[in-house]
Write a protein that binds this ligand. Structure first.
Ligand SMILES: [Zn+2]
Length: 233
């Protein structure tokens, strides 16, 4: 027993360091991918992950197409930068922090996807045009336009996120969160896919949508079968 203990490495410290590097590189990869898939252009969009009482975000003014792991900024839950860096945290830091405070999110993604913005400019709510909307909690609310980076925008989006894991932002974009960065990214892409379907329906005068009761039945069936509809959509 003694030999085992004396030979044990300081595991917690090593894991912390490894986690931090994984989080930074994961954010960079996800950011690059979002840009490649056309969900953001230029310096639009930002991503973050929460690790305990720390939040790792993409830097302000970054082009997500080529942002790197080293450029990520680490803050506490109040937004204070806690690791020395030449970069500033994302301009939407207030929004990210509010989502971490008010939900159980561990990752947040904000993007400027075309179909999502188009729908946000047309209606107050994106109806459930497909059963996978159950993954987002139902029809997706649209937060009214407020200036980017402000407390007003944060408040409006937080309200739109009530009992939802995604929201649309009028004349601006969308936001989604999840237990993992992959889940948050899948959700923001799902919102844009649903928005595209909605636009095609609206172009020919509308069509069938699902009620909240129908979505609850979908969620129950998915839970019973251990089925994840998003990855097999
Ligand atoms: Zn934005």
């Amino acid at each position: 027993m003694a030999a085992i203990h004396s030979g044990s490495p300081p595991l917690a410290v090593n894991l912390d360091l490894m986690d931090a590097e994984l989080v930074r590189s994961g954010l960079a990869l996800a950011a690059n991918r979002l840009a490649q898939r056309g969900l953001v252009i230029g310096t639009g969009g930002n991503l973050s992950m929460r690790v305990d009482d720390r939040v790792v975000t993409t830097p302000s003014g970054a082009d997500l197409q080529d942002v790197t792991a080293e450029q990520m900024v680490v803050t506490d839950l109040d937004g204070l930068v806690v690791e020395e860096t030449e970069h500033k945290p994302t301009s939407e830091l207030l929004l990210h922090l509010e989502i971490y405070r008010s939900t159980d999110a561990l990752a947040v993604v904000h993007a400027h996807p075309i179909a999502s913005i188009a729908v946000a400019n047309l209606v107050d709510e994106l109806p459930a045009v497909h059963y996978t909307a159950a993954l987002l909690g139902g029809a997706i609310r649209v937060a009214p336009h407020e200036i980017f980076g402000t407390q007003e925008l944060t408040d409006a989006v937080a309200h739109a996120l009530t009992e939802r894991t995604a929201a649309l932002m009028r004349n601006h974009g969308s936001v989604a969160y999840g237990d993992t960065l992959g889940m948050a990214c899948e959700r923001i892409e799902l919102v844009d896919w649903l928005a595209e379907i909605y636009l095609r329906m609206a172009a020919v005068g509308g069509g069938a949508t699902l009620s909240q009761d129908q979505l609850i039945q979908v969620a129950i069936a998915a839970a019973q079968r251990g089925y994840s509809p998003i990855s097999r959509r």
